[in-house]
Structures are given as C-alpha cells and as structure tokens.
Design a protein. Structure first.
Length: 153
C-alpha cells in the first residue's frame, strides 16, 4: 500500500514541474508573438522624414533625377533596383529571383512605404548589397527617396 502511495507521490512531483514548464513556454510564446506583431510595423516615420534624414547624413540636397538613374541602372551586377521593384516602381513589383510580389515602392502608391525606419534600414542594407555588393551611401538613398517621393498618380 505504501509502495503505491509513494509511486503516486513521485508521479505528482514529476508532473508539477512539467506543467509549470509548459505554462512558462506557452506564456513566452504568447509574449513573443505579441511583441512580434507590435514590432512588425513601427509606423514611426514618413517618406519625407526619411528623405530629410538621408540628405542630412549626406550633407547635400537630394536629386530626384540622379535617383531615377541610380534606381533604374545596373551597377555592375545582375540586377538594378528596378529588376524587382519595376520601372517606375508605382505598381506591384515582383522579386527577380523568387517571384514574390512586392508592394509598390513609391509612397503615393503604397501608404505603408517608408513609414517604419527599421524596415527602411533593413531593406536598403539587403537590397543595396544585392545590387551593388555594398551599402548604398546616404546620398544615394536620399536621391532614390527624392525620386520615389516625386512619383504621383
Ligand atoms: C532581388 C529583389 C530586389 C532588388 C534587386 C531590390 N529590392 Fe528593394 N525590396 C525587395 C523586397 C522583397 C522588399 C520587401 C517588400 C515587402 O516586404 O513588402 C524590398 C523593400 C525595399 C525597401 C523598403 C521600403 C519600405 O519602407 O517598405 C526599400 C527602401 C528598398 N527595397 C530599396 C531598394 C533599392 C534602393 C534597391 C536597389 C539598390 C532595391 N530595393 C533593389 C526586393 C528587392
């Protein structure tokens, strides 16, 4: 009898920590998904503010025409910016490699474009590396933004 009781006690001792761990894991997963959905779109900036930021970093005014040439030309590699974003980037683009659809990059055609500064930095870094094998300079980014901001329906 005491043997059975001991076994039951041992079993209970084992399940309590397991249950606690499961609850903790579920809680952590919930927190992670909540903070993910919050950080997915910071909406902390605007296309005009991004252009001003890069112009200030470049210490020179932006030039839309220079931005157009930069965006639509290949820079020694296989792709230009327009290869994925289209020319002009006022309609849905298509990833040159994966075929994934990309929302229009010009802000007048996509209210989400350039409204999250972390996203802007992340995609400039990734895309410039794909096209130029280096980061874009602040001047290049300011020029691209000046052109994109000038595109109207
Ligand atoms: C190989 C395909 C590809 C090329 C080439 C490319 N991009 Fe992109 N770009 C993307 C994708 C995919 C996204 C993300 C779109 C999304 O999630 O809606 C993106 C997003 C961006 C964004 C973020 C905009 C925002 O606020 O949402 C910027 C800025 C950008 N690209 C700039 C450029 C520039 C500048 C070039 C050329 C130097 C370039 N891209 C070339 C695929 C590309």
């Amino acid at each position: 009898m005491s043997f059975l009781l001991n076994r039951a006690r041992r079993a209970r001792r084992a399940t309590v920590p397991t249950l606690r761990a499961t609850l903790l894991a579920t809680g952590l997963a919930l927190c992670a998904s909540v903070s993910l959905s919050v950080s997915a779109w910071a909406a902390d900036t605007s296309p005009a503010a991004q252009q001003a930021r890069f112009s200030a970093e470049a210490k020179a005014p932006a030039d839309a025409e220079r931005g157009r040439v930069f965006f639509t030309s290949r820079q020694g590699g296989e792709w230009s910016c327009a290869s994925c974003h289209g020319n002009p980037p006022t309609a849905q683009g298509k990833h040159a490699n994966t075929g994934k659809l990309i929302k229009p990059l010009a802000p007048a055609f996509n209210p989400m474009a350039f409204t999250d500064s972390a996203r802007v930095d992340k995609w400039f870094r990734r895309n410039c590396n794909d096209v130029l094998k280096r980061e874009c300079s602040p001047g290049e980014k300011a020029d691209v933004l000046a052109w994109l901001n000038s595109l109207k329906p």
